[in-house]
Write a protein that binds this ligand. Structure first.
Ligand SMILES: [Zn+2]
Ligand SMILES: [Zn+2]
Length: 395
């Protein structure tokens, strides 16, 4: 399966306002044997990058070992292997780590622990230090710390509703530094509790991506494998294959996630590409969707405010060009697409937001206008864990 996924899928482009973006695929969440959690099966850094670059044919990749597993020696080794495995113009590597919260002591407001798991990406591949979440910073303190160092960075939350590790605390989400989240990864989907391929060992509703959207968060979509090249893939529309362009594309949420297949998707809502935020929304909403699967397509669904509002059957075809008019939304809404192939592979796009204006203020933990009615309850913000809370290793 991993070798079959290596089939090249290059040259797909979209045009937005006269500007061309090309689609690139990559892995933004992978552990090497530096991480202690699955050292017996995870590959070395060189093996992982070789697999991404030459076997599965990815355009970019990042190794995200746990902050708590680095020593100064291992961090410099990690940064050197990240720089050495880049093939400029052909394969982009990004210096990264996982910022893994492991506070397990529960409170009524945080029954599964504190803050959640994020991957941290540095634009500068010569960044000299990493950060260990178990030392007790809050996500906001981490952001302040990184800004003071002058770092250009991104954070990507993952395993959003996992209850074995620490799920994502959406009250600490920052729309500026956390533009996208993993909707799918090795553990399964965190779209919603009752959604296709939903992860096992999950929390009740409240921590999923649909819950974040219902709270008013503007956060886009990627997917990632996490361990030994498993399932999950990020697809990003970039200007060029370098870190500034990749960061720009992720900050614009011009991205989607798949279960691993290189499914090609172009979603336009009211003419705007995936990830866009449009303030106005009056009248019917035209949706156009171009899909080129890697197998016959079973269904294509369009969801508005987390409800399926349009469904097509693929009728055994691999390529589809679909159009529909959605009824006027009558308030803030977010529209995204979900594709399922007959071989079980899926893709989820970043939404297009209509009638939502994201807050320009950083770190207010909200990021957008008040959520529309009907949003599910989400974990509330609370006090910091007591200093005696003891860390527990998490995969
Ligand atoms: Zn994690
Ligand atoms: Zn991880």
């Amino acid at each position: 399966e991993r070798y079959r996924r290596g089939l090249p899928r290059r040259g797909w482009e979209i045009e937005v306002d006269g500007h061309r973006y090309r689609l690139v695929f990559g892995d933004l969440h992978e552990h090497s044997e530096i991480s202690r959690c699955r050292r017996s099966t995870d590959e070395s850094e060189d093996q992982s990058y070789e697999m991404m670059r030459s076997v599965v044919g990815y355009d970019f990749g990042a190794l995200t070992d746990h902050g708590y597993n680095f020593t100064p020696y291992l961090w410099h080794h990690h940064a050197k292997r990240t720089r050495a495995n880049a093939d400029p113009g052909r394969f982009l590597t990004v210096l990264a780590q996982e910022w893994t919260s492991t506070f397990e002591r529960s409170r009524p407001t945080h029954p599964y622990g504190w803050w959640g798991h994020r991957n941290l990406f540095f634009a500068d591949p010569w960044t000299r230090t990493w950060d260990n979440a178990t030392e007790g910073k809050t996500p906001e303190a981490l952001r302040i710390f990184l800004r003071r160092r002058g770092a250009d960075f991104l954070l990507i939350p993952h395993q959003l509703a996992d209850r074995v590790n620490v799920p994502m605390d959406w009250s600490t989400h920052d729309p500026v530094t956390e533009p996208v989240a993993e909707i799918y990864q090795a553990r399964g989907s965190y779209e919603c509790a009752a959604c296709p391929l939903a992860a096992h060992h999950a929390t009740p509703p409240g921590w999923y991506l649909q819950d974040a959207w219902a709270r008013g968060h503007v956060v886009g979509v990627v997917a990632a494998p996490e361990h030994h090249g498993g399932y999950g893939l990020a697809a990003v529309y970039v200007d060029s294959l370098d870190v500034p362009a990749l960061f720009e594309a992720l900050r614009a949420r011009r991205s989607y996630g798949t279960t691993g297949a290189k499914i090609l998707v172009d979603l336009r809502v009211a003419g705007a590409p995936m990830g866009s935020v449009r303030p106005e929304s009056s009248g019917p909403v035209p949706v156009r969707l171009r899909v080129w699967g890697t197998a016959p397509i079973e269904t294509v669904e369009v969801l508005a405010s987390n409800e399926v509002v349009q469904r097509w059957s693929g009728e055994g075809r691999v390529r589809l060009d679909l159009e529909a008019d959605l009824p006027p939304p009558g308030g803030p809404t977010w529209v995204y697409a979900r594709i399922r192939q007959v071989d079980g592979h899926m893709a989820w796009t970043s939404p297009v937001w209509l009638g939502t204006v994201p807050s320009p203020k950083e770190g207010d933990g909200r990021g957008a206008t008040s959520p529309p009615a009907g949003g599910s309850a989400a974990p509330a913000t609370g006090e910091r864990p007591a200093a005696s809370a003891f860390p527990k290793a998490a995969p």
